[in-house]
Design a protein around this ligand. Structure first.
Ligand code: PGA
Ligand code: ZN
Length: 446
């Protein structure tokens, strides 16, 4: 029996950062190594994501995950026991086969992912190496450029504004640590500017962002730019903006509705609106500019948004087939990689590798409902993902990931390589580096 053979799998229910139940798992290997993991959960989930299993009924308002936990301890444990955690792709295949549906709807993606991640953690422990090293194998690791939430709207902040997130990308920073400190400074600067304007800033949104009452999407972007300036940093040079339109959330039968601004837009009008924002604010990344099945709209939007990172979240749902379709159509130039949209670690990794091979920039991402686990940080470093999106610089479920990245950076010392601005996607990715193209794009607009 090899020391990395799975001998036991346990599961139990825990609470995530929104207080919603989620699945935790422990995988034990023959050599005695143990891995534990809990899994996140989204609020603005797309239709094409792997399916979370929830109990229904009265317990936890129907959100309990005892059925999923039962599946961890039952069919998924049966599939995993005897498999070699060192061959995670094979183990993940066995888990998928036990479920038998493409989106893991039978046993639950929350159950499957918990076993997959805990197995990876156990396998790394068996080798006595950090998870990021185990994930990387012989490949060089790098610290990702962070994309940090500053002002929240949409489903994460009571729809104060319609755009879900206004984030910052500290693209001029020389290291991960410096990038995080700049993002922190911008958050504080933004809170100060908001307070000066008499806006309430005490309450934080699901991902730790500010959720002040603002009249429009543009007001949110203008506020963050003022926050960058208040922080003593140069908008567009040192720090860029990223927005997550999360357009699924705005989409109804009649078009795209900006409820907070009382406007109804067609696909073309929404793209025009976003292009207008890109001209007026130092935006380097636009996520989910349109709804998840608006492929024609996305194709047109991608060519019109050349020069910025066009990032697909709900669009691709960390699904290889959807990414393949996007690559074929020339849709987007970057892909959000959320392990729980896919359901397994190796499945998410396959999406990341395919994206990179096609010149798409991967952005590893947490969910709005997170746990205190930090394995996502190790995956981002080990995969050399280039970018990571975790939320704000506060709330422990967010700082757990930032703090893990700080630990890895310290551990690597002088050998730590930082992905920096070059990791950003853009329409000309196969030509100039991301940093050159994104900076040039903004200076063209000035
Ligand atoms: P979610 O939001 O985790 O609620 O889906 C994150 C995102 O849209 O990027
Ligand atoms: Zn998103």
């Amino acid at each position: 029996m090899s020391k990395t053979e799975v001998v036991a799998v346990d599961g139990w229910e825990v609470l995530d950062s929104r207080g919603t139940p989620t699945v935790a798992c422990e995988v034990r290997l023959a050599g005695g190594a143990v891995g534990q993991a809990s899994v996140p959960s989204g609020a603005s989930t797309g239709r094409h994501e792997a399916v979370e299993l929830r109990d229904g009924g009265d317990r936890y308002g129907g959100l309990g995950v005892l059925l999923a936990v039962g599946n961890v301890k039952g069919p998924l444990a049966s599939a995993a026991v005897g498999a070699d955690a060192a061959d995670l792709a094979e183990l993940d295949r066995a888990l998928r086969a036990a479920d038998g549906t493409p989106l893991l709807a039978r046993l639950g993606s929350n159950a499957v992912l918990a076993v997959s991640v805990a197995s990876a953690i156990a396998a790394a422990a068996a080798e006595g190496i950090p998870l990021y090293r185990w994930v990387a194998g012989n490949v060089e690791v790098s610290l990702p450029l962070p994309m940090v939430n500053v002002v929240s709207g949409g489903a994460h902040a009571g729809r104060a504004v319609d755009v879900q997130d206004v984030l910052v990308v500290p693209m001029g920073a020389a290291s991960f640590g410096e990038a995080l400190e700049w993002a922190w400074r911008v958050r504080r600067g933004t809170a100060e500017v908001a307070a000066d304007r008499g806006l309430l800033t005490a309450l934080v949104a699901d991902e730790g962002g500010l959720g002040p009452p603002l009249p429009s999407n543009r007001a949110a972007m203008e506020l963050v730019v003022a926050g960058i300036e208040r922080a003593g940093l140069a908008p567009g040079e040192q720090v860029g903006l990223a927005i997550d339109v999360a357009a699924n959330q705005l989409c109804d039968r009649d078009g795209y509705r900006f409820a907070a601004e009382d406007r109804l837009l067609t696909t073309a009008e929404l793209v025009d609106e976003v292009i207008g924002w890109c001209g007026d604010y130092p935006i380097v990344s636009v996520e989910d500019v349109l709804a998840e099945d608006d492929w024609d709209g996305w194709t047109a939007a991608t060519s019109r948004l050349r020069g910025v990172q066009v990032l697909g979240d709900d669009l691709f749902a960390t699904d290889l087939r959807r990414l393949e379709r996007g690559i074929g159509l020339g849709v987007a130039n970057a892909v959000l990689v959320k392990p729980n949209q896919n359901g397994t670690v190796s499945g998410a990794e396959a999406v990341l590798r395919r994206a990179r091979a096609a010149g798409y920039a991967p952005v590893v991402s947490a969910r709005s409902g997170e746990t205190e686990d930090a394995w996502l940080a190790d995956l981002a470093v080990g995969w050399g993902a280039g970018q990571i999106k975790v939320g704000s610089t506060m709330r422990s479920e967010r700082t757990a990931k930032w703090n893990r990245l700080l630990r890895i950076e310290a551990e690597l010392g002088a050998a730590a390589s930082f992905a920096g601005a070059g990791a950003l996607g853009h329409g000309d990715r196969l030509g100039a580096t991301g940093s050159e193209a994104s900076m040039a794009a903004y200076s063209d607009r000035l």
